[in-house]
Design a protein around this ligand. Structure first.
Ligand code: URP
Ligand code: ZN
Ligand code: ZN
Length: 471
């Protein structure tokens, strides 16, 4: 199968030029002006952007959480991703307590069997190093292409680990070349605040935010940075939501430490006030860390512009409002935490980042595709447009008007975080390894086309990058 994309404006993290692009056997083989070639499929991209397929480094598909299971399985979540121009994502395997990492890996692979629409890799969320997986087993995961370990510093009584588990995992990562990811919130302090609020009869969704103050995120972010420093491990802080967490990351990066951070689409747009919406509507915005005071939104735009934060993910963790979120009608702590977002990241960041002049088109590509691919061992196969890279491509129409809505999205969730938002600019054709996935608002490929991607170790990438700039 060969594809020729004619006359598009090719935009990568570094470049912006008009050219033809030819892909054969799933790989980009030629980029040039007026290519005189035949192809099985020719796509006219005049007036359109040709972007690398976006890479989402943070999703939760088919995941048991908060007394239920996320509503999007691999097929539903990846279909939503494909429509939004995301062609590869890294999902979280959650080690069930008492189980080995191998058993958890097999369980997550089985969930994806025959259902994959896009390519995917996995992070391993470590929950138990006492009864379940061992440090020795953890050290073997990078050989299987699972090159990042995730630790939850919150969700006491469920996924939260103690500092010993966090630190020992960091020490393993320092040896194996894996990247350590943290959900940084002080789970012990939050647990005290949640119990007190409930004892005082404070049960509404807004108490989700009021019991998780930004200082608890700042403290845990700083603790993780300092512990990673002692262990000698690289650190990636997920879903940064506020100034209190941005600041320690900025300081660490200024010092040249191996610390990176991401934020998620929703933190730029949804603030604390959404949690106060009447008739339990506020529960739609119960995700963690919670929506913050509006002032944090400009802090986050500034952080992604200046590379204090290096990636934007979705933290897609979709539930139904009616039937799942409503489990917490009388107790905010029983509302499953998470929201849908896989489909709308590119549209939202293009509209409110690029079209408003906050970030450049190149920087958008870097935040949504190139940096996630580099940080998570997928680059240069994914995350850019270059000869030899996978032909994961988005033909993006910068003039197309779309109104975002749950009525038309592809997640199974019954609501959309950005309901009613009007954007100009949306994917028109999406290709995975040279195969057309989405065209004319239809999914034209069958589930099963997506593959598991073994990711490279983080340490190797870092060493190569350092060697390249060494005097
Ligand atoms: O509320 C959230 N973010 N749910 C998903 C799990 C996590 O903490 O990332
Ligand atoms: Zn988290
Ligand atoms: Zn998450």
């Amino acid at each position: 199968m060969s594809v020729l994309i004619r006359g598009g404006r090719i935009v990568t993290a570094a470049d912006d030029y008009v050219a033809d692009l030819y892909a054969e056997d799933e790989t980009i083989t030629l980029i040039g002006e007026s290519l005189d070639l035949q192809a099985d499929r020719v796509i006219d991209a005049a007036g359109k952007y040709v972007l690398p397929g976006c890479v989402d480094p943070h999703t939760h598909l088919d995941m048991p959480f908060g007394g239920t299971v996320t509503i999007d399985d691999v097929e539903a979540g990846q279909t939503a991703a494909a429509f939004g121009g995301t062609t590869c994502h890294v999902d979280f395997i959650i080690q069930p307590q008492g189980q080995s990492f191998a058993a958890a890996f097999d369980e997550w692979r089985a969930k994806a069997a025959g259902k994959q629409v896009i390519d995917m890799g996995y992070h391993m969320a470590v929950t138990d190093l006492r009864e379940g997986g061992t440090l020795e087993e953890l050290a073997t995961l990078p050989e299987q292409g699972v090159t990042s370990y995730k630790l939850f510093m919150a969700y006491k009584g469920a996924l939260m680990v103690d500092d010993e588990t966090l630190f020992r995992t960091m020490e393993v990562a320092a040896q194996t070349g894996a990247l350590v990811m943290v959900h940084a919130e002080n789970g012990d302090a939050i647990d005290v605040l949640v119990k007190r609020a409930l004892a005082e009869g404070r049960t509404e969704p807004r108490y989700h935010a009021l019991t998780r103050p930004p200082e608890t995120e700042g403290e845990a972010t700083n603790r993780a940075i300092q512990l990673a420093r002692v262990a000698g491990a690289p650190l990636y802080v997920v879903h940064v939501s506020c100034k209190e967490s941005v600041e320690p990351i900025a300081t660490a990066r200024e010092k040249g430490w191996d610390v990176w951070g991401e934020t998620c689409t929703q933190y730029f747009f949804i603030d604390y006030d959404y949690l106060e919406r009447p008739n339990f509507e506020g529960a739609k915005y119960v995700y963690t860390p919670p929506p913050r005071d509006k002032a944090n939104q400009e802090v986050l735009w500034n952080a992604v512009r200046t590379d204090v934060l290096s990636a934007i993910s979705t933290d897609h963790c979709a539930f139904l409002w009616d039937g799942q979120k409503t489990m917490g009608k009388d107790d905010f702590s029983k509302i499953p935490n998470g929201g849908p977002g896989l489909e709308n990241r590119l549209q939202m960041i293009h509209e409110f980042g690029v079209r408003t002049g906050r970030i450049s088109l190149n920087r958008m590509v870097e935040l949504l595709a190139t940096n996630p691919a580099k940080l998570f061992g997928l680059y240069p196969r994914k995350g850019t447009i270059a000869v030899g890279s996978d032909a994961d491509l988005v033909v993006f129409d910068p003039e197309r008007h779309v109104t975002i809505s749950a009525a038309t999205h592809h997640s199974r969730s019954d609501y959309n975080l950005f309901e009613g938002t009007e954007v100009t600019g949306s994917p028109e054709v999406v290709l995975l390894r040279g195969n057309v996935l989405v065209e004319n608002d239809e999914l034209v490929a069958s589930p099963g086309i997506g593959q598991f991607v073994k990711r490279a170790r983080f340490g190797g990438e870092l060493k190569r990058a350092r060697a390249a700039v060494a005097p």
